[in-house]
Ligand binder design. Structure first.
Ligand code: CMX
Length: 428
C-alpha cells in the first residue's frame, strides 16, 4: 500500500467527484428541516455538516470510518490518523514511513517554552496548550504557501504538512506543560523510536512498571481521536479553517471550545465531583447514601459532569472501553469504585428528574478515574489529554475539507422578531 500522501492523492479526486455528482443531481434536495426548538436550543439534531471521518449513532455510539470504535482501541495513533484520513489502515511499510516522518518533525521551537515560562503560574493548562499552538502559527506551511499564491488544489497538501508538524509537536508540548508546570519536574525528550501514543505516555513520565499506562494511553488516544464534525470543539476548528485560516489557528480555537465544562473540561469536573464524594464520606459510600447525595446535587440545579450527551441516547462505547480497562487495572481503587457506582446510580436519578435526554455516563465520566489511578493527580491537566488525542481527528477532517474545497461557513441568523413574525404569519 502507498504512503499517506499518495493514498490521499489517489482518493481525493474520487471524493471531489462524489460530491460534484451529488450536487449535480440533487442540489435542492432537503435533508433536514429546522424547528423553532432547534434554533433556540443549540441546533441539536440539525443535519447540516459533512463529515466522513466518523459517525455517532445515537444508540451504538462512535464509528470511525464505518468501524465500531471498540474494534479499533488497540490501534496506534498513527494507524488511527491514517484510517481517519483515508478510510483504510496502513500496511507495515506505510505505517513505518508515517511514524518516521512524524518523529522527524518533533522538535519544538525554543520560543514556545519561553512564552510558556512567561505565563503566570495559575494559568490553566488548556490556556497554555492553546497559547502554544497559536504561538507556532508563524510556522504554518499553508499560510506561507498561500501568501506566495498556492493553487487551490494544493491546499490539502499544505494542510497535510501542517498536520504532520502539529501531530509531531503537540504531544511534546502537552507533556512538557505537564512536567514543567504541573508536576514541577524537568521535561522528558521524545524518543524517536516510539509512536504518537507511546511517546506521549513516555514524555509524561509517570511510573509504568507493567506497561499498563502506555496501553491505557493508546486506547485513550483512539477513543478521543474523533467524534463527528459538529461537536463544539471540532466544529469550531472547522469554522475557523473555512476562512482559510490555517490549522494552527483552527486547532487553537478548538482547544478554547474544548475547555468549557459542558464539553472537554467535563473530565476534570467529573473527577472533582468524585473526589468530593470520597472526601465527604471518607471512602466509597453505600449506594443509598450516594443516591441521596446525587439527588440533592441535581435538585439544587447542578449538572452531573460526565453524564449525558447531545447526540448519544444510549451507553457510550468510549466509556465502555475505558471502564473495562479500569476493571482490569484498578478494580479496588476507591476513585474507580465511586465512578463505577455513579455509573449505576446516576442514570435512574436523571431519568427520575426527567430532563436529560441521555442519562448514561459519557467518556468524561471515567477517563479521570484512570488518569488519577496512574498517578496523574493534577485534575486541571485532564482536558489537555483529551485535546492532544483529538487533534488526530481535527487534522483529518480539515485535510478533507481543503481537499474537497469546503467553502467558508456562513449559515443565516434570524432575529427574535423575525421568529415572532414567522409564527404569526402562520408560515411553518
Ligand atoms: N446532569 C444534569 N442535567 C443534565 C445532564 C446532566 N449530566 N445532562 C443534561 N441535563 C439537562 C440539561 O442541562 C438540560 O436542562 P435544561 O432544560 O434545564 O437546560 C436538559 O437536561 C436537557 O439536556 P439534553 O438535551 O439532554 O442535553 P444537551 O444536548 O443540551 O447537553 C450535555 C448535552 C453533554 C452538555 C449535557 O448532557 C451536560 O451538561 N452533561 C454534563 C457535562 C458533560 O458531561 N459534558 C461532556 C459531554 C461529552 C463531551 O462533549 O466531551
Amino acid at each position: 500500500m502507498a504512503d499517506l500522501k499518495s493514498t490521499l492523492q489517489e482518493k481525493i479526486p474520487l471524493w471531489r467527484t462524489a460530491l460534484q455528482e451529488l450536487l449535480k443531481h440533487n442540489a435542492e434536495t432537503q435533508i433536514s428541516a429546522v424547528s423553532m426548538t432547534q434554533v433556540i436550543k443549540g441546533l441539536r439534531g440539525v443535519r447540516a455538516v459533512l463529515c466522513d471521518t466518523s459517525y455517532v449513532d445515537p444508540k451504538e455510539g462512535l464509528f470511525i470510518r464505518g468501524k465500531p470504535v471498540l474494534e479499533l482501541v488497540d490501534l496506534s495513533g498513527e494507524e488511527i490518523f491514517y484510517l481517519l484520513c483515508t478510510g483504510e489502515l496502513p500496511d507495515a511499510n506505510a505505517l513505518t514511513q508515517l511514524q518516521k516522518d512524524i518523529s522527524s518533525r518533533a522538535e519544538v521551537p525554543d520560543y514556545v517554552w519561553q512564552i510558556q515560562d512567561s505565563l503566570p503560574d495559575d494559568t490553566h493548562p488548556m490556556t497554555r496548550l492553546s497559547t502554544a499552538m497559536l504561538s507556532m502559527q508563524r510556522e504554518s506551511v499553508f499560510s506561507s504557501r498561500y501568501s506566495s499564491g498556492m493553487r487551490r488544489d494544493e491546499h490539502w497538501e499544505a494542510t497535510l504538512e501542517d498536520a504532520l508538524n502539529i501531530i509531531a509537536r503537540l504531544p511534546v508540548v502537552a507533556a512538557g506543560i505537564y512536567r514543567s508546570y504541573l508536576s514541577g519536574k524537568p521535561r522528558i525528550d521524545a524518543n524517536p523510536d516510539l509512536g504518537f501514543s507511546e511517546n506521549f505516555a513516555h514524555m509524561l513520565g509517570l511510573s509504568d512498571p507493567d506497561g499498563w499506562f502506555r496501553n491505557f494511553i493508546r486506547q485513550f488516544v483512539v477513543v478521543h481521536s474523533d467524534h463527528e464534525g459538529a461537536n463544539a470543539s471540532v466544529y469550531t476548528s472547522r469554522i475557523v479553517d473555512s476562512s482559510l485560516a490555517d490549522l494552527y489557528y483552527s486547532i487553537s480555537a478548538s482547544m478554547n471550545s474544548l475547555a468549557g465544562p459542558l464539553h472537554g473540561l467535563a473530565n476534570q469536573e467529573s473527577l472533582k465531583f468524585v473526589l468530593k464524594i470520597q472526601a465527604k464520606f471518607g471512602g466509597v459510600p453505600s449506594d443509598e447514601v450516594l443516591s441521596k447525595y446525587v439527588w440533592a446535587h441535581l435538585t439544587a440545579g447542578n449538572v452531573i459532569p460526565g453524564f449525558g450527551h447531545a447526540v448519544l441516547r444510549y451507553h457510550d462505547p468510549r466509556y465502555t472501553a475505558l471502564f473495562d480497562l479500569g476493571k482490569e487495572y484498578c478494580p479496588d481503587n476507591p476513585i474507580f469504585q465511586i465512578s463505577e457506582r455513579l455509573g449505576e446510580i446516576v442514570p435512574p436519578l436523571l431519568k427520575k428528574q426527567g430532563k436529560a435526554k441521555n442519562p448514561y455516563p459519557n467518556i468524561d465520566g471515567i477517563s479521570g478515574a484512570l488518569l488519577h489511578h496512574f498517578g496523574m493527580k493534577e485534575l486541571r491537566y485532564y482536558t489537555v489529554m483529551f485535546s492532544t488525542a483529538q487533534i488526530l481527528g481535527i487534522c483529518a477532517q480539515i485535510i478533507m475539507n481543503r481537499a474537497v474545497y469546503s467553502p467558508i461557513v456562513r449559515p443565516k441568523s434570524v432575529t427574535t422578531r423575525w421568529l415572532q413574525g414567522h409564527v404569526s404569519d402562520g408560515i411553518s
